[in-house]
Ligand binder design. Sequence first.
Ligand code: 7RM
Length: 631
Amino acid sequence: MKKIKSIEDYHKEYKKSIEQPETFWSEIAENFIWKKKWDSVLKWDFNNYNVNWFLNGKLNITENCLDRHLSSKGNQPAIIWEPNDPKEKALTLTYKELHEKVCSFANVLKNNGCKKGDRICIYMPMVPELAIAVLACARIGAIHSVVFGGFSFNSLADRIHDADCNLVITSDGAYRGAKDIPLKSVVDEALKTCPTVKKVIVLRRTNSKVEMQNGRDVWWNDEIKKVNADCPAETMDAEDMLFILYTSGSTGKPKGVVHTCGGYMVYTGYTFKNVFQYNDGEIYWCTADVGWITGHSYLVYGPLLNGATTLMFEGIPTWPDAGRFWEVIDKHKVNIFYTAPTAIRSLEAMGLDFVKPHKLNSLRVLGTVGEPINAEAWNWYNENIGKNNCPIVDTWWQTETGGIMISPIAGITKTKPGFATLPLPGVQPVLLDESGKELQGNNVDGRLCMKFPWPGIIRTTYKNHERCKEVYFSTFKGYYFTGDGCRRDEDGYYRITGRVDDVIKVSGHLLGTAEIENAINEHADIVESAVVGFPHDIKGWGIYAYVICDRKRDDVEELKKEIIGTVNKFMGPIAKPDKIQIVTGLPKTRSGKIMRRILRKVAEGDVNNLGDTSTLLDPAVVEEIVKGAVK
Ligand code: 7RM
């Protein structure tokens, strides 16, 4: 696949992608291996949402990730795995070894009753077997649904239910920093309410004690002994589902975002190569967990499609100390490093003493993803990690877009701190005002929408196409609505200003406020709650919860601890409220809708500016809330 070579080349490619999108994308798709070529490139309708790319094309994404590299790169590292504990040995899997392991595990799945079209839930730590499990599903045409290990049993059960999974792949436990997290027992708890699950495959990682349920639970290591490494890749239609990945929305129930085989492959393969300007032989490290879309697209699929070496890290940035990332970069001579602004800010706060001992001279390109990066963190990253010598790609995209949409091309697009800069070829962003009118020209602020499909676009929300239409294609007729606010500046550069709906990005994790409220309401004494975000120096956004308690509790501090414990238990530690305020009522309109605008202002500490409160059912509650606000 050819790479964009210069800014002129970018503009030329961009123009072509707009004027002749079908020619543009079919030329890119030709760089992949298809079992049968597509009949037509694109069929689409944003009004009654339906999109198909590479119609009737047949392929298997794992042949493109693995088999095709065997002759040229069989002995080159595909995955370098760095464990949580620096004292444990790192592991390298060559393309040949990875291929073998994926085929073997695909046979394990078959032996355990899995077939094309089945949904398989993967709930695992960041170990090579996680990537192997994902690829093994794709090998046999089973649909993977990876659930992030930081979610707890209730969230896990919701996701298993919604996808009707019949098999779960997990491990005894997970190491994260100094902690040892019991994954299998979370699965056991979740499965009490998931009768569709017939088998659980358990990998040994921490050697912690687990309960194995007879007839249901089997050990990965036992099963792998029963198979050989011969597993032909299932033939998939371009529009067959590749995976489901749940993402939070405005309601309590997460949405199962569906991506399909052909378009997702072409889009992640193309964007990986171009955005990072990947050169053969380079070591690439994306710090995202495979439980999130960034891990799917830019730790597993994008790099492997390009025959790259992808580094997978099991641990956390701050253990054993805040120099861990920088140590790993030197140890494995990482060339391209892709992480989240929240990680950068937290490491910046720890001070330069953790950076200084490390050379970092292998680095060529830096990237960020997941949330807006403030200029200060951008500059710190640029100076102290990139040594003013590595282009930074601030990549804007979403679970629903499958891959990067707005981003600099490394070393080619002139960057500006805080700006995702320009749309990639094939991406047609528009900014709309509240009435849905397209804002023309530069120096405008609006809602970010897309007016034309790209191959990685969401196809549906699992088993609920109406919801997909409603959430993404009904706010502005004829457009895909991202849910983000955005500015286009005087240079035509895009700067994402943040969400305009009821989801918040907390330490780079997208969380629905309604889902957090549901978890809080599991506490026996809580009758109602309302969660909003407030700006947080490190996390980007923090979680502020207003709760109504149905009996008088004098031990407020104890109550708050219990609430945090409840959220931890039902949803997981990523959703823990930072601030909790006990209130006797919530500001509601006469129709019973909570006025979150007011709650956000109070959480931000901006109480002199609450706007019109005259439509409230009971304006007195606002006074009480302002008085009791948690600083
Ligand atoms: C990849 C990912 C999507 C939301 C998105 C934005 C925010 C992501 C950036 C960003 C500013 C960025 N998928 N977002 N990247 N905001 N600059 N470079 O994060 O589905 O988990 O979240 O994340 O609000 O809508 S996601």
